[in-house]
Design a protein around this ligand. Structure first.
Ligand code: AMP
Ligand code: GLY
Length: 420
């Protein structure tokens, strides 16, 4: 099978690494890829937001299966374009990607599906939004409606913060994403991420994870795309997992199918759990980054069979083979991230890293220059390890991070603290 993966982050490196272990994989191409991906797959420089360009490339290269990593091409309809060309695709249509691309769409869908989530109101007018916030009081959560690269959510602990967030969003700080806002009830509890493959009818759980969104130790500092993650999430007991499926995920999938826009791909379900009850925080229509890295570390080569069954709408025929293991990833980020940072610093000490089914350095933002690996992004590397216990995975991943020689970067020293 010739496989094309779209994307260039740690998520796509881990997908490529796991897929390559499956004997069904003949040729593996990642577009555009990065320096780590280039060591295990061909990289192709195509514009992955351009459905025509991707379709042409796939046809010219006899690609049998396209796997779409990030949300932007999904929201842009690249999956639709590829399916129209007769290609086998993993990833939802633009219509189904609304579950991530529009918060008001998802809130209305949850209401129709009777899925537990925070109470909310939707505004296109700043004055009405302010009046609502004053009436509700703090804490309260203000969200830009559209895709805002993970930065469009303000959890306001005071009325002033919430009102300032409204000013920012209507002033254009979030671009078009802020022209509409969703204001939500503040939910307390513990968060977890639940990943399921969905083919329009069947849902298949493929793992849980918890991540660390804040930049610094002790969950302090600014929000990031994620500074580390571990799988499984201990808070996701069997009872809570079952509730999340029957009360939230399955009703959402049924409602999407009923509307004529079935969801096909991976549903990243963000949950808030309190007193044994899960409630939906948000959906994403793709794997999380860095959550994907720990899921792939645990699933290995079988992921190709699962993604293919999903794309062929045969999820009712497959099952996941679980090892009772744990994985943890530590993100190494460029100094300054998530604020301004510089590209180009040299990373040493990667050659001596162990790379096998228990240890892997997933590259997120790297390139090769004059025979050296340099940083080319905010989040740069994911030191990922697997073990029989979370403690063991934690120890192995930190042993890896400590031997990287990169003065231009930093990492948190407490990934997994809540579970350890
Ligand atoms: P989102 O992009 O919707 O996942 O929001 C980012 C983060 O904001 C979530 O992971 C939560 O930590 C927090 N958050 C979002 N919505 C709420 C809410 N209604 N109550 C409490 N925290 C929230
Ligand atoms: N790590 C969070 C995300 O991928 O959205």
């Amino acid at each position: 099978m010739n496989i094309l993966i779209l994307g260039s982050g740690g998520r796509e490196h881990s997908l490529a690494w796991a897929i390559k272990q499956n004997p069904k994989c003949d040729r593996l191409i990642v577009a555009p890829g990065n320096a780590g991906i280039a060591a295990i797959a061909e990289c192709a420089d195509i514009n992955i937001l351009d459905g025509d360009a991707v379709a042409t490339f796939a046809e010219e290269n006899a690609v049998d299966f396209v796997i779409i990593g990030p949300e932007a091409p999904l929201a842009a309809g690249v999956a639709d374009r590829l399916r129209a060309a007769g290609l086998l695709v993993f990833g939802p249509s633009a219509a189904a990607a609304q579950l991530e691309a529009s918060k008001s769409f998802t809130k209305a869908l949850c209401a129709a599906a009777n899925a537990p989530t925070a109470g909310y109101a939707h505004f296109t007018d700043a004055e009405a939004a302010r009046a609502y916030i004053r009436a509700q009081g703090a804490p309260i959560v203000v969200k830009a409606d559209g895709l805002a690269a993970g930065k469009g959510v303000i959890v306001a602990m005071t009325l002033d913060e919430a009102l300032a967030a409204i000013d920012d969003m209507f002033d254009g700080s979030f671009g078009d994403a802020g022209a509409e806002v969703v204001i939500e009830e503040f939910m307390e509890g513990e968060e977890a991420s639940f990943f399921l493959l969905c083919d329009g009818k069947t849902v298949l759980p493929i793992g849980t994870a918890q991540d660390h969104k804040r930049a610094f130790d002790g969950d302090t500092g600014p929000n990031t795309g994620g500074m580390g993650a571990y799988s499984p999430a201990p808070v996701m007991t069997d009872a809570i997992t079952q509730k999340a499926i029957t009360e939230i995920v399955q009703p959402t999938m049924d409602e999407m199918a009923r509307r004529g826009t079935p969801f096909q791909g991976v549903l990243f379900t963000g949950l808030m759990i309190k007193n044994g009850q899960p409630r939906l925080v948000e959906y994403n229509v793709r794997f999380g980054d860095p959550e994907c890295q720990v899921l792939m570390m645990r699933l290995g080569g079988q992921i190709l069979d699962l993604l293919q069954a999903c794309a062929e709408q045969r999820l009712d025929e497959v099952q996941v083979n679980w090892a009772d293991d744990h994985a943890l990833t530590i993100v190494m980020a460029a100094n300054g991230y998530p604020g301004a940072y510089t590209n180009g610093s040299v990373i040493n000490g990667l050659h001596q890293q162990p790379e096998n089914s228990f240890h892997m350095v997933f590259h997120a933002g790297t390139a090769e220059k004059d025979g050296q690996i340099i940083a080319t992004g905010g989040r740069v590397l994911g030191m990922t390890a697997r073990g029989a216990t979370l403690e063991e995975a934690h120890e192995k991943a930190y042993a890896m991070a400590q031997t990287v020689d990169w003065p231009g970067g930093f990492y948190r020293s407490d990934i997994g603290w809540r579970a350890l």
